[in-house]
Design a protein around this ligand. Structure first.
Ligand SMILES: Nc1ncnc2c1ncn2[C@@H]1O[C@H](COP(=O)(O)OP(=O)(O)OP(=O)(O)O)[C@@H](O)[C@H]1O
Ligand SMILES: [Mg+2]
Length: 304
């Protein structure tokens, strides 16, 4: 890899398609030398955002830059950013090798690079086969090979684990770790937390086009624990809590049964005191270890 480390920065990034606001005032950074997971439920705006990073579509407003420049300002974009999108298609009659040679020619890369990548992606044996007979895993690897032709410093992968078996996913994970270890910037989208949890150093979570969290994964999973409250007056307690009982942020409350709440924000003592102050009966308080899956569902609004 030649050249420096490139940070991706989105600022007030917005994309509207008619009435649909796919990406809404989004700001985040993606650091070089790390793997960043880009998480959000279906339709959250992940693909749209990634397409704006590589200049496939123009933002309605705001900007996204790579090392301070927009994609179009790079003299040799394929040596800067490689991207793999879900719906990438191959000419079905082409062999893997021909497919790569066409793209290599377009990017001005030598044919030798094609053979290197076929070998790196474990596709040498299939190099002369037509791509229409390829398995999902082979397609994903051929996609990845195409994106890597220019030895890019930034790699964007849109849902790369889709359709991969566990061995394929494990291979992808170690490969991306290796690329990030070389100082490359790696952004990987997924709607499945578990995938990102296994692979990412940092996470950017979006929902309905808006940022809901951006943090190192360890920080996010170390987020404030929840308190499980058993109370015959659960509803009254929920009302008191969301009315902002103290000067701090509004506690988050999840109703998990007629007599049970899950509460984020106050600690056990604060919660018990608050209940006592309002004459609310509490029959049990348990602190729950933070559960990243729950946090993700909660952040992305998938629990309701
Ligand atoms: N070309 C387009 N024209 C109109 N609406 C679009 C277009 N592209 C995306 N959208 C809408 O923008 C929103 C975000 O879509 P996007 O594909 O970016 O989400 P996503 O997070 O990638 O979802 P998924 O997990 O399903 O891939 C959706 O409501 C989608 O219907
Ligand atoms: Mg998508």
């Amino acid at each position: 890899m030649t050249g420096g480390r490139l940070r991706i920065e989105a600022r007030h990034l917005t994309k509207r398609f008619g009435d649909v606001t796919a990406v809404d005032d989004l700001g985040f950074t993606v650091e070089p030398g790390r793997i960043t997971g880009f998480l959000g439920p279906n339709g959250a705006g992940k693909t749209t955002t990634m397409r704006m990073v590589i200049g496939h579509i123009a933002p309605t407003s705001g900007s996204v830059t790579i090392g301070g420049k927009s994609y179009r300002e790079f003299a040799d974009p394929s040596a800067t950013v490689g991207a793999v999108f879900d719906a990438a298609s191959f000419h079905p009659g082409h062999s893997a090798r021909n497919h790569l040679r066409v793209y290599a020619a377009m990017g001005g890369h030598p044919d030798q690079r094609v053979d290197e990548l076929l070998s790196l992606m474990d596709l040498t044996g299939a190099a002369h086969r037509r791509t229409h007979g390829f398995s999902t895993g082979m397609r994903q690897r051929l996609n990845l090979a195409t994106a890597l032709l220019g030895d890019p410093r930034v790699l964007l992968l849109d849902e790369p684990s889709n359709g991969l078996d566990p061995a394929g996913t494990a291979w992808l994970r170690s490969f991306l770790r290796y690329l990030a270890g070389e100082g490359r910037t790696v952004l990987v989208s997924s709607h499945v937390l578990g995938e990102v949890q296994q692979i990412a150093d940092d996470v950017v979570v979006i929902r309905q086009g808006r940022l809901v969290a951006a943090a190192p994964l360890a920080e996010l999973s170390g987020a404030a624990p929840a308190i499980l409250v058993r109370s015959p007056d659960a509803e009254a307690l929920a009302q008191v809590l969301v009315r902002r009982p103290s000067a701090g942020p509004i506690p988050r409350v999840e109703r998990i049964g007629p007599e049970q709440l899950r509460v984020w924000g106050p600690d056990q003592a604060g919660l018990a005191d608050l209940a006592a102050a309002h004459g609310i009966r509490v029959h049990g308080l348990t602190t729950e270890e933070p559960d990243l899956e729950r946090l993700f569902l909660d952040l992305t609004g998938s629990t309701r």
